[in-house]
Design a protein around this ligand. Structure first.
Ligand code: GTR
Length: 424
């Protein structure tokens, strides 16, 4: 009887949509007309005509909107509370072609510690190589099959891919994600790579008692308040903290740093690149909703869907924009514009409709007027390019064949884009 009543109530709730996921739209024709918030008009109506006014007036205003209403404020990196330990180093990695270095960044406060493990490969024959910096989903050991890679302690079950969700890191997961990280190729092209398991900074679950957040709570605080940081901001904080130490490393202090991230970590790379102008270039791969894609299109994943599935990614204030995108004071062209004039690359995949490839393209297209203020070229055509026809302006873009993943084709584009623009 009790079971029957519970079942009846659950069915009613589902049918009226209390628990149900909103249905995604994949029909371009069904997109309602929308008006984007103006990139080059201050909230007091004043128009912006110069790069200087953009930097002094409009950019801080937009950055503030994002902090308040989307990703949440995060504390400034506090170097005094961190120390670094070289855990392992070899100058004969990858058959002698690379230096491998593993460092542990230890953040300490009130007697508790958080350890961020950074795995670095650098080409042996290049001084101060440019370095791709990016998070991985499954631990540093997953990016390459190398028995020397230290396993992190902060492993937690992660729901991103059911094929490797076995709780703690095991020897089995060494190299499981190597197809996304063609490290030998990257090294062979003269670039370095630094990667970090994102769960070291904040485990990816709706729980604010773990990861970096509690280190910054006021007495009695148990979770971030409405305007404070969600997980994407926490991961962005982690990238800036790692950058502090990379920049101080004797092998890297003259290097350029290229942020790279896929999917939720592509959303993170855009936000981290917007916040921290020390990153010389930013790449987002299949970043979708909350990344490069325009919210107001509501194509594929939407604010309502993402807030329901991943309430911890954004701040509490962002919840009020579920089914209410037009009330947002920003849209994602503004996130991309915050990176200007630094080069930014947006990568999409044809079958990754969930991430709205066209919305990702338009994010770059509508950001372009800010690049133009600096005399740079963004995406000039309102129509997106054909599949596998990359654009390498200061805003770069491609849509490739295939699905939600990071492929060799993607890396070929990232490398040639970096070569072309790093010294702009
Ligand atoms: C999906 C999520 C996307 C994207 C993706 C990923 O479940 O809806 O926003 O971030 O995960 O990170 O692989």
């Amino acid at each position: 009887m009790i079971l029957l009543v519970t079942f009846l109530f659950a069915s009613i709730f589902f049918s009226i949509g209390v628990f149900a996921q909103p249905e995604p739209n994949y029909n371009e024709e069904a997109i309602e007309p929308y008006v984007l918030p103006e990139l080059l008009t201050l909230s007091n109506g004043e128009k912006i005509h110069t790069a200087e006014d953009w930097e002094l007036k409009r950019r801080p205003e937009i950055l503030d909107f994002y902090k308040n209403e989307v990703y949440g404020y995060h504390p400034e990196t506090i170097l005094q509370r961190t120390s670094v330990k070289v855990v392992e180093e070899s100058d004969s990695a990858l058959n002698g072609h690379a230096i491998r270095k593993q460092i542990a960044i230890i953040y300490e406060s009130n007697g508790i510690q958080l350890t961020i493990n950074v795995l670095i490969y650098l080409p042996n024959d290049v001084t101060f190589p440019p370095v791709f910096v990016g998070y991985n989903f499954y631990g540093n050991q997953s990016v390459i099959n190398d028995p020397n890679i230290v396993l992190t302690d902060s492993w937690v079950q992660n729901n991103a891919d059911s094929s490797i969700t076995e709780h703690r890191v095991t020897e089995d997961s060494r190299g499981k994600r190597s197809h996304r990280w063609p490290i030998e190729k990257i090294i062979g092209e003269g670039f370095g790579i630094a990667t970090i398991y994102y769960g070291d900074v904040d485990p990816d679950r709706n729980d604010f008692t773990d990861g970096i957040h509690p280190f910054f709570y006021e007495d009695g605080q148990e979770k971030p308040s409405n305007h404070e940081w969600g997980s994407i901001s926490a991961w962005a904080w982690g990238l800036s903290t790692v950058l502090d130490f990379l920049k101080a490393d004797e092998l890297l202090h003259d290097s350029s740093f290229i942020l790279f991230g896929h999917s939720r970590l592509g959303k993170t790379s855009l936000w981290a690149g917007a916040l921290d102008t020390r990153f010389d270039m930013v790449i987002s791969n299949d970043s979708g909703c909350g990344g490069a894609a325009i919210f107001r299109r509501k194509y594929g994943e939407t604010a309502a869907i993402i807030n329901q599935s991943f309430p911890h990614w954004f701040n509490k204030n962002f919840k009020k924009y579920s089914h209410n995108e037009n009330a947002l004071p920003v849209d994602q062209h503004m996130l991309i514009a915050l990176i200007a004039p630094r080069p930014v690359y947006i990568a999409s995949a044809e079958d990754d409709r969930w991430a709205d490839p066209k919305g990702e393209y338009l994010g770059g297209y509508y950001a372009s007027p800010v690049y133009e203020l600096y005399g740079k070229t963004g995406l000039t055509n309102s129509v997106m390019p054909a599949t596998n026809e990359p654009i390498h302006h200061t805003i770069g873009y491609h849509i490739r064949t295939g699905g939600h993943d990071v492929t060799e084709y993607d890396w070929e584009q990232f490398i040639s884009f970096a070569r072309k623009h790093l010294n702009d």
